[in-house]
Design a protein around this ligand. Structure first.
Ligand SMILES: Cc1ncc(COP(=O)(O)O)c(C=O)c1O
Length: 404
């Protein structure tokens, strides 16, 4: 009789977005005339930029003729895209990353879930709390997290690093030494960042204790402040301790198109084995390449027109974020994030729990957000709003919240 991977049974149901959806549906059924504004889910709403659409059309046409048709893409990505990434995301920022250290993929969710596969089964992971759930859940599936305690919302073998207003959302170095440290800055869900010195501290720490940092920079395009690093490779010594995950989803609206990449520097070596070789092996075995047309679309993001159009698109979301942030501050809320991020993280008022505030906002302002508790125990008492809606919706949501 076959057996299942029992680790899957250990996972608590992912109630967050399904509970949100159920509550919103029930509210809508009871209040059919209510005009609901959704600032909950982290998906983009603006269309793809013209430069990307043009590249897609052109590459689709190439697929229609035998001379220019493309079949399987190279496992690790087409050179035209890897070169564009190396030049624009790394060389332009003074980072020493070669094109062949870049592994093109179908997005940062796949990579952030899969990267744990190249590490030992007993590796200890450290995560910020609250956290993007994929980091923990993928390690649970691999059997690395021990047992779940429903009362605390914690796994016995996971090292939690609380990030709350009390420590200005800057994780402290953990008491127990981790092997793998997941860091995501600008952060989802808190919208906060580390400055260059703070991130350098983490790089130095990881090199000192022999840990690898898995740095998720999916939101780097939203950075507005000069001292906030866009890449961990802006820090000295990161080549020997850090893997970086990137996405085209939030910087170019590719959530439906799917494109991302992971950087594994060749200096990352464990007892004579380069992590680069392991990830190349893993990628080659389990992944057959991101589609040619999507990689051409990704390349277009780095053209002169593409860059200008993307800047404008991000500026629209940043305008929403700044507007929501100021509106909440004016209404007396304690607000974090929203400066280098499309996420606003606010303290729930009057001691309400995250879910109590969710219901309150839905019922009284018809605005949907995401309860902070859904991202980890330290998210309790916080609430996430996103700037991915339209400006008109952001304005209307704030007007309603200010009237409460
Ligand atoms: C922190 C973080 N990493 C990765 C992703 C997923 O990115 P992708 O769309 O490239 O899979 C998200 C999406 O919301 C995210 O918030």
């Amino acid at each position: 009789m076959y057996q299942i991977n029992e680790n899957y049974n250990k996972l608590p149901g992912n109630y967050l977005f399904s509970t949100v959806a159920k509550k919103v549906d029930a509210f809508k059924a009871a209040n059919p005339d209510a005009s609901i504004i959704r600032l909950g889910i982290g998906d983009v709403t603006q269309p793809l930029i013209p430069a990307v659409i043009e590249a897609l059309h052109k590459s689709v046409d190439e697929m229609a003729s035998a001379e220019t048709f493309r079949g399987y893409a190279p496992d690790l990505g087409y050179d035209f895209l890897r070169n564009a990434i190396a030049k624009n995301d790394y060389a332009a920022r003074g980072c020493d990353i070669a094109a062949d250290e870049i592994f093109v993929s179908d997005g940062a969710k796949s990579d952030s879930g899969a990267i744990q596969e190249i590490f030992s089964a007993d590796a200890r992971i450290a995560v910020c709390d609250p956290v993007y759930p994929v980091y923990v859940d993928s390690n649970v599936m691999a059997g690395r997290c021990g047992d779940y305690d429903a009362a605390t919302g914690k796994w016995s073998r996971v090292i939690y690093m609380p990030t709350t207003a009390e420590n200005a959302f800057i994780p402290d170095y953990p008491m127990e030494t981790p092997d793998l440290i997941y860091l995501c800055f600008p952060n989802n869900p808190t919208g906060t960042t580390l400055n260059k010195d703070q991130l350098q501290g983490w790089v130095d720490y990881a090199n000192r204790v022999g840990a690898v940092i898995l740095f998720d920079a999916a939101y780097e395009a939203y950075i507005t402040e000069a001292d906030v690093p866009h890449s961990i490779y802006e820090c000295k010594g990161a080549r020997s301790c850090a893997i970086e995950l990137r996405s085209f989803s939030k910087n170019a609206g590719f959530t439906g198109l799917r494109l991302g990449f992971t950087v594994v520097p060749k200096d990352l070596v464990c007892k004579g084995t380069a992590l680069h070789s392991l990830w190349a092996r893993r990628h080659g075995t389990r992944f057959n390449g991101a589609p040619y047309i999507v990689q051409r679309a990704g390349e277009a993001v780095y053209s002169a027109e593409g860059k200008a159009q993307i800047r404008e698109q991000i500026a629209n979301y940043q305008k929403n974020a700044a507007f929501i942030r100021q509106g909440l501050l004016d209404a007396g809320y304690e607000v974090f994030g929203g400066i280098n991020s499309p996420y606003l993280w606010l303290k729930t008022p009057k001691g309400m729990s995250s879910w109590e505030f969710f219901d309150y906002l839905l019922e009284n302002a018809n605005v949907v957000g995401t309860p902070g508790a859904g991202f980890g125990p330290s998210g309790e008492g916080y609430f996430r709003l996103t700037a991915f809606g339209s400006f008109a919706n952001s304005k209307e949501a704030i007007a309603r919240i200010q009237k409460l």
